[in-house]
Design a protein around this ligand. Structure first.
Ligand SMILES: Cc1cc2nc3c(=O)[nH]c(=O)nc-3n(C[C@H](O)[C@H](O)[C@H](O)COP(=O)(O)OP(=O)(O)OC[C@H]3O[C@@H](n4cnc5c(N)ncnc54)[C@H](O)[C@@H]3O)c2cc1C
Length: 458
């Protein structure tokens, strides 16, 4: 098959679908990108443009010795549009890559729209095989994400996965900055020195903190526990990501749990040096700082209950919410059972899955799975075998995880998925730095392993 004669249908212009489309189109493959948003928005979506970040606006750490830093290195190596646009539309967020979500999404949409090899289709796909036939597409990538619409999820369940296909996740509220009483809060990034000198680089912290002393904290926990929640849908079982638990569920697990999670005060001392009992962190949603996200405050509380409970927080008395938290379905497959190592379906070899659906979790992880699948399809078109990534790389570790884990639970990238690294005797003795050294070594090894694959991506 020649690249110039090949056509790939991609269903879903989210994080995975847009990066897959970009990769293939840049390698001369004709792409049809079908997206439902213009005809109807999903429960967590606010915009009709592509690659929408539905919850936090963060693409996570930029530290090269972190799991997400490592993944970014590999995304860059594969020419990721998501990463490029993330940098272009970055807003301040300490060591993390946070973005202005509207500009980010708009720019990605226009960039794809203007690509000569990409045709956009506003359509809710219900049968990928039938559509591929109609369009005469050689391959199809289903990248419809955790909120895949019902007709398509029904098709997948009927033809591929059976019932084992869904669970729930939660999103955090965003508040209008103008409605907050800043005098009751303070700016400070965790572990960075406090400064009220406007010329200091620490004066412009990215995080706004609401300090709570013990009685206020305990009352807030009690309010969260007693507030009315949105019930899980009839027979459906709630299964949350441990890394994205609703704050009210954390409070139910134990009154101290949030204080050791998103409300931990460590590294957030106030101007006078005192450390509050607990802290709620707000992070800028955009460069203007006109909206703030309540970090880690995904919640199952009913909307009026969220407004009632959050308005009891210091500085929130007059708070106006841009959007509230909510719970949503989150769909993914049992990749080990249903997919091959290139993430094609065992049932339909020309049908591939990418993104969160494959059992990874997170924006960058999903985009990476889009790039991975696109690259495997390109190799197939060029008559080449599957390119198996070493497990030492971020991509290899993620693919290995989803293809081998017995009880599928979507996972972020983390060093626990990579083979362990050996430390020298001297390094082992260095208790304080041991963890850091381990991560740095694993990241360096991963970069070397990834670099050794360059030249194989087409
Ligand atoms: C509520 C919620 C909050 C999340 N919060 C975070 C977070 O804060 N940070 C993080 O890193 N990850 C988060 N995730 C996890 C996940 O990484 C993101 O959802 C990510 O966007 C997944 O990327 P994706 O490309 O797989 O799917 P998506 O980005 O969701 O893209 C899928 C696209 O397919 C379209 N689509 C769906 N069905 C059809 C159809 N039938 N036909 C055509 N198009 C269709 C959708 O409209 C969408 O545009 C969250 C997930 C959920 C559900």
């Amino acid at each position: 098959m020649k690249a110039l004669d090949s056509k790939v249908l991609i269903i879903g212009a989210g994080l995975a679908g847009t990066d897959a489309a970009w990769f293939l189109a840049n390698h001369g493959i004709k792409v049809v990108l079908a997206e439902v948003k213009k005809t109807k928005l999903g429960p967590a979506q606010k915009m009709d443009t592509y690659a929408e970040l539905v919850c936090t606006n963060s693409l996570k750490s930029l530290n090269p010795d972190s799991g997400h830093g490592l993944l970014k290195y590999e995304m860059k190596g594969l020419g990721s549009l998501i990463l490029e646009m993330g940098h272009k539309h970055a807003v301040p967020a300490g060591d993390a890559l946070a973005v202005d979500r509207e500009e980010f999404s708009k720019d990605i949409t226009n960039t794809l729209k203007n690509h000569e090899n990409i045709e956009l289709m506003d359509l809710e796909v219900s049968d990928p095989i039938l559509l591929a036939k109609e369009l005469e597409a050689d391959f199809t990538i289903v990248a419809s994400g955790p909120l895949t619409t019902e007709p398509l999820s029904d098709w997948i369940m009927k033809n591929i996965s059976g019932d084992d296909f869904y669970f729930y996740d939660a999103i955090a509220p965003v508040v209008d900055a103008d409605s907050l009483d800043f005098s009751k809060m303070y700016f400070k990034d965790r572990h960075k020195p406090y400064s009220d000198d406007p010329n200091s680089e620490n004066a412009e912290a990215d995080y706004l903190n609401i300090p709570l002393e013990k009685p206020a904290y305990l009352k807030f926990m009690n309010d969260l526990i007693e507030a009315e929640k949105v019930p899980a849908q009839n027979f459906e079982q709630e299964k949350f990501f441990e890394a994205c638990l609703p704050i009210d569920l954390m409070a139910e697990r134990g009154e101290e749990t949030p204080r050791f999670g998103p409300m931990k005060p460590i590294g957030l001392e106030k101007e006078d040096g005192s450390i509050p009992y607990a802290c709620i962190q707000l992070r800028k949603e955009n460069l203007l700082g006109s909206a703030y996200n309540l970090v880690g405050f995904q919640t199952r509380l009913k909307y009026p209950e969220q407004v009632r409970v959050f308005k009891t927080l210091p500085g929130f008395e007059e708070a106006s919410f841009i959007h509230l938290g909510s719970v949503h379905r989150n769909s993914f497959l049992n990749a080990r059972k249903l997919l091959n190592w290139d993430l094609s379906s065992k049932e339909f070899p020309n049908l591939y899955f990418a993104g969160q659906m494959t059992g990874v979790e997170g924006y960058t992880e999903s985009a990476t799975m889009g790039l991975y699948v696109a690259m495997q399809i390109l190799r197939k078109i060029n008559g080449k075998e599957l390119l198996k990534f070493p497990f030492e790389t971020g991509i290899g570790a993620l693919v290995n995880y989803i293809m081998t884990v017995k009880k599928p639970t979507p996972s972020n990238i983390n060093f626990g998925l990579l083979p362990s690294v050996e430390l020298t005797k001297e390094e082992r003795r260095n208790r304080k730095e041991r963890k850091k050294i381990k991560k740095a070594k694993a990241a360096a090894r991963a970069r070397d392993a990834f670099d050794s694959l360059k030249g194989e991506f087409a």
